[in-house]
Design a protein. Structure first.
Length: 209
């Protein structure tokens, strides 16, 4: 099994990179999104839930994420939580069954901020993109997919997204083995990464790992 971490700011194109790699490697890949592991906030009033800083490492249940990744690496099936951005809560009745695969991709803005999680990764990739491009993608996503208004998106970007990027996410770039410039549309970089993954898988099979 090869564990790949893919990080980068909100709207950098991480999902595009993940989809491109998955498309090239087909059934060999399972994707674990960091967003599924936000801590449950259902015990809080909705007003307080909506004020949570989702771009801070404290918002992530890294303990559960690291534990489930270890289980997958040991060949065990796990029940991945389901988190709703609309209710800011984790489902108590629904999970996603995830089975071990040749390649596990851990994707999210903060996945390099946790040392325990980084230590389980074989390859670490940081997706870089221009600030203006990231803002446009964040606005489009939050308005269309999460029902936010333009005003609330800009306020959140100014108060939390950008400051947290500068404080936690951008500095985590130093842990990356590979940095992809130009966001998720750098086909040359994605082709090189896919070839590197195939090579690493071949080497692991030869070693009998």
């Amino acid at each position: 099994m090869l564990v790949i971490g893919i990080a980068g700011g909100s709207g950098s194109g991480k999902t595009t990179v993940v989809n491109a790699i998955t498309e090239q490697l087909k059934e060999k890949v399972v994707v674990i999104p960091q967003d599924s592991y936000y801590k449950d906030s259902s015990h809080l009033p909705m007003e307080e839930r909506q004020q949570i800083n989702f771009d801070h490492p404290e918002a992530i249940d890294f303990k559960l994420l690291c534990s489930q990744l270890r289980d997958l690496k040991h060949g065990k099936t796990v029940e991945q939580p389901v988190y709703s951005y609309i209710t800011c809560s984790r489902s108590t009745t629904e999970t996603v069954t995830v089975e071990p695969a040749e390649v596990i991709i851990i994707e999210g803005i903060l996945v390099f901020t946790c040392k325990e999680l980084r230590d389980q990764m074989d390859i670490k990739i940081f997706v870089d993109a221009d600030d203006d491009d990231r803002l446009m993608r964040v606005m489009a996503r939050d308005i269309l997919e999460r029902g936010k208004t333009v005003e609330t998106v800009i306020e959140r970007y100014t108060k939390t997204v950008k400051p947290m990027y500068l404080q936690f996410i951008e500095p985590s770039k130093r842990y990356a083995d590979i940095i992809i410039p130009q966001g998720g549309h750098n086909k040359v970089a994605i082709d090189i990464i896919s070839a590197t993954i195939e090579k690493s898988l071949g080497e692991k099979k030869l070693k009998g790992e």
